[in-house]
Design a protein around this ligand. Sequence first.
Ligand code: G1P
Length: 308
Amino acid sequence: MSTENYKRPVRKAVFPVAGLGTRFLPATKVMPKEMLPINDQPLIQHVVNEAREAGIEEFIFVTGRHKNLLEEHFDYQPELKQTLQRRGKDKMLEKVEESEMTEGELFLTRQARPLGLGHAIWCARKLISNEPFAILLPDVLVKSQKNGCLKQMVDIYNETGGNVIAVEDVPREETYKYGIVDVDDDGSQKMPVKGLVEKPNIEDAPSTLSVIGRYILQPEVFEHLSAFETGAGGEIQLTDAMAKLIKPQPFYAARFDGKSYDSGSRIGFIEANLAFTSTDPEIGEDVKRVILEMAEKIKNEPKDVAAE
Ligand code: G1P
C-alpha cells in the first residue's frame, strides 16, 4: 500500500463509554461517569466537541448497560427549548443547542463484556469499516490555548499519514499507569515510535512519555484486535494491537500544546473542574477568587486540621 493510502481523511471517531466508573461510586451507581460535569458540560460533550473541532463527522459510542443517558444528552429537546425561548434565556438556549447532534451523526454499538479497551474498539469495527479513524477516551480532557488536542493531531497526520498518538511526560514513578512509548526523544513535536508498552513496570518503561488517550489509527489495527490476545491485566489491550502497526506503517507520537486531566480520577476531576471553570467567561473571576480565598484559609490552618 502506498503512503498516500495512509493519508486518507479522518472522518470518524470512536468513544469507548461502556466502562463502569467504579472510582466515583456511589455517584456513578445509576449515572454514567461520562455524564459527570466539568464546568457546565458533561465529560462526553467536551470530547465530542474536541472531535467536531478536528473535523469529525461521525461519532461512534461503544456503549453498554445503563448508559442510555449518553445518547439522550445529544438529542433535541423541543419542550426545553420552547421554555427557554419563552423566558428569553437566549444564552442558555444557545448552550443547549450546542449539545445537539444532527440526525445521522451519532452511531451506537455495544460492548457486551468488559474485556478491555482493545476489545471496546474492536466492537466498532463494522462502523469504521476500512478508513482511518480517531479514538478519544472521554475520561481524559485536554485544555489547550488554541486548537484542541485532536485538531493538533490531525494537522500532524496531514503531514505524516499513518498513525498518530498524543503523548505527554509523566513522572517515572507513574509510568506503570499508562501506555508508554519508545522513541528517540529529541524534544520535537512529532517523533517516530519504535515501540509501545502497556503499563510497564517502572524499571522497564522505555521512556516517560505516556499515551494520553487520543489516537488516530489506520483500520488495519482491527486485524490485530481480532486476534483477541490478552495483555496487561489480562485484558485485550489497544496498545498491543497498535504496536503491531509500527513496522508496516508510519507511526508517530505527538506532543501537543495543552495539558491533560484524568477526569476519571477524583483528584483529576477536581483539577479539571478548577482549570475549566477558572477560565469561564461567566464565572471565571469568581472561581479564581474562591480558589484564592480557600488557599489562604488552608495556609493559615494548623496542619492537622488541613489534613482532615
Ligand atoms: C488506557 C490505555 C493506556 C493509556 C490510558 C490513558 O488505560 O490502555 O495506554 O495510557 O488509557 O488514560 P486505562 O486508563 O484505561 O487503564
